[in-house]
Design a protein around this ligand. Structure first.
Ligand code: PEP
Ligand code: MG
Length: 593
């Protein structure tokens, strides 16, 4: 767990490339976080000391367990839901009998100290993960590593050293945490300290570090490879989440440039926020709706605070994931959905997506045995194969619908018969509630996610059967280009600007306009300001994105004359050429494919 560190000449400016997973720029001082940089102590013990050493190991395990429970208890309501489950996974790993037995045996057989026994047993365990292809299992390897580090820090008494050294609140405004990798539990502790930026050697846009950084709205660059080895405590750093780089010891000239950008971006953010509730009308008079995406009921209030005009996507599967022995009951789900509808009230619609389980999101304890999980029993396919689970959710939704304007959104629709099956089950749910004399509202709109090319290509027919559609660009791009969205080996081919993707978006948006049915985009493309003008040019009237991004997207919409780039976009669509955007998201030139 230790590795050599390179000392840089004091004034050397180094630029590290990574992946900007949370936008923005921040200048600050580095605080190295995590134990990867520390030496694991190794010494021999007498055979008479083995029982005491085992007891020391077990005490450390209980202390870590208590620490994790404490963090879990203190999770703020706004914490991403997956984080609670990941912390719970760490709790399970700490209590794993196989790991405990192995370490105790190594202490007894090799007569070595507990730290070393844990370190070597952990390494042997981790080696088994090396050969695995599955991304989910690889992530579990990272969890094991983080848990082992945590217990070793407890044993050596170096726990929370990095956090304690983070300093006072005033200094924290400019503190950048640099880690090899950060566990979910440590992320929550760091989150409480209001640090200004993140750098980590590991992790990509879908890692939990990225999720938390985005929810904290602070710049973050991950996947830098060796930042933790190159950077030293108190080094001056620039984290540029917009351009995927970390600058170590910037020269005065570079520093001036970034100071100006930093000042500008703070000023812009404050300005966007001050106008968050202004009408969202383009320069040529089109009224556009901007809603928020949420993963937990409590986040609905955040969407409203940032000026969102309702909820465009509530990913309900996060209620089902995590350390649960059982699925959420109808009553529990009803309370979660009712909370969102009551928060939003009658003024705006609330779009709740039915369970999108499968692929990279599996229910606890369900083995991933599909050869191609992304093409397997996912989302609506899973729900129709488990009607009892689906029925419970539909009933909870219809009961909650009495509190506001509910729109039910069904993921991964590809077949007309799937729409029919959902309608039949909805009718049955309403009938059962009626018979049971339970208050409900069956007068809700039904829509489908457009995320499989089949529904986009046959959109006219689907629109006849549905009240609205919402385009999930994350999956639509995955399935159109045959790029697994969680496979880093092909992530460079994941291209939202591919003419095939843009043609499908255009086709669906135009079909919606013709049929007078609402079409929104709720995938990541809707939240990326680079694409706002392009999407408007394609005819999009409704965006749904992360709460904190809403004020800026609204601002760009207000600054856009939709007609300006429309003709260039039309040329791209007609001639199958690839477009390039300039830094304002305007169509700059057209390239041959
Ligand atoms: C999408 O696919 O774009 C989407 C919004 O759904 P998810 O990211 O939850 O798959
Ligand atoms: Mg999707």
């Amino acid at each position: 767990m230790s590795h050599s560190t390179t000392t840089l000449p004091e004034s050397a400016t180094i630029v590290l490339q990574g992946k900007g997973v949370s936008r923005g720029v921040v200048i600050g001082r580095a605080v190295l976080f995590g134990g990867i940089g520390f030496e694991v102590p190794h010494y021999l013990i007498e055979s008479s000391q083995t029982q005491a050493e085992i007891a020391r190991f077990k005490t450390a395990l209980s202390q870590v367990q208590a620490e994790l429970q404490d963090i879990q208890k203190k999770l703020p309501p706004t914490a991403p839901t997956e984080l609670a489950s990941l912390i719970a996974v760490h709790g399970l790993l700490v209590a794993d009998p196989l790991l405990i037995d192995t370490v105790c045996r190594v202490i007894t057989d090799k007569l070595c100290n507990a730290e070393w026994a844990l370190h070597t047993s952990g390494n042997a365990w981790l080696k088994q993960f090396d050969s695995m292809q599955d991304d989910y299992l690889k992530e579990r390897a990272a969890d094991i590593n983080q848990v082992i580090e945590r217990v070793i820090r407890q044993l050596t008494g170096s726990q929370n050293k990095a956090l304690n050294s983070l300093g006072t609140a005033a200094q924290l405004q400019s503190t950048i945490v640099v880690a090899h990798d950060i566990s979910p539990a440590d992320m929550m502790s760091v989150r409480e300290t209001h640090i200004a930026g993140f750098v980590a050697d590991l992790g990509g846009p879908t890692s939990h570090t990225a999720i938390v950084a985005r929810s904290m709205d602070i710049p973050a660059v991950l996947g830098t490879g060796n930042a933790h080895a190159l950077i030293q405590d108190q080094d001056l750093l620039v984290v540029d989440g917009d351009n995927d780089v970390v600058v170590i010891n910037p020269s005065p000239q570079i520093l001036r440039y970034y100071q100006e950008r930093d000042r500008q971006s703070r000023q812009d953010k404050a300005y966007f926020y001050s106008r968050k509730d202004d009408p969202t009308i383009t320069l040529d008079g089109q009224s556009i709706v901007v809603k928020g995406n949420i993963e937990a009921p409590e986040e609905a209030a955040e969407v409203l605070r940032f000026g969102g005009q309702g909820i465009g996507l509530f990913r309900t599967e996060f209620l089902f994931l995590g350390n649960r022995q059982k699925l959420p009951s109808e009553q529990e789900q009803y309370e979660a959905y009712a909370h969102v509808l009551k928060t939003v009230g009658q003024k705006y619609p609330v779009t709740i997506r039915t369970l999108d389980i499968g692929a990279d999101k599996n229910l606890d304890g369900e083995p991933v045995n599909a050869v191609n999980p992304a093409l397997g029993l996912r989302a609506i396919r899973y729900c129709l194969a488990h009607p009892e689970i689906f029925m419970t959710q539909l009933k909870a939704l219809l009961r909650a619908a009495v509190f506001g304007n509910l729109k039910i959104l069904v993921p991964m629709i590809a077949h007309f018969h799937e729409v029919q099956a959902v309608k039949n089950l909805l009718r049955q749910a309403a009938q059962e509630l009626q018979e049971q004399g339970i208050e409900h509202n069956a007068n809700v709109q039904l829509g489908a996610m457009v995320e499989i090319p089949a529904i986009a290509i046959a959109i006219d027919g689907f629109l006849q059967q549905l009240d609205f559609v919402s385009i999930g660009t994350n999956d639509l791009i995955q399935y159109t280009l045959a790029i697994d969205r969680v496979d880093n080996n092909v992530s460079h081919l994941y291209d939202p600007l591919h003419p095939a993707v843009l043609s499908l978006l255009h086709k669906v948006i135009q079909a919606g306009t013709k049929a007078n049915k609402s079409v929104s985009i709720c995938g990541e493309m809707a939240g990326d300001y680079m694409f706002t003008r392009l999407l408007l040019a394609l005819g999009l009237k409704e965006f749904s994105l992360n709460a904190s991004g809403i004020p800026e997207i609204k601002h760009i919409i207000r600054q856009t004359h939709v007609g300006v780039s429309r003709s260039k976009v039309a040329a791209v669509l007609n001639y199958g050429k690839r477009i390039e955007l300039d830094k304002n998201g305007l169509v700059q030139n057209i390239l041959h494919v």
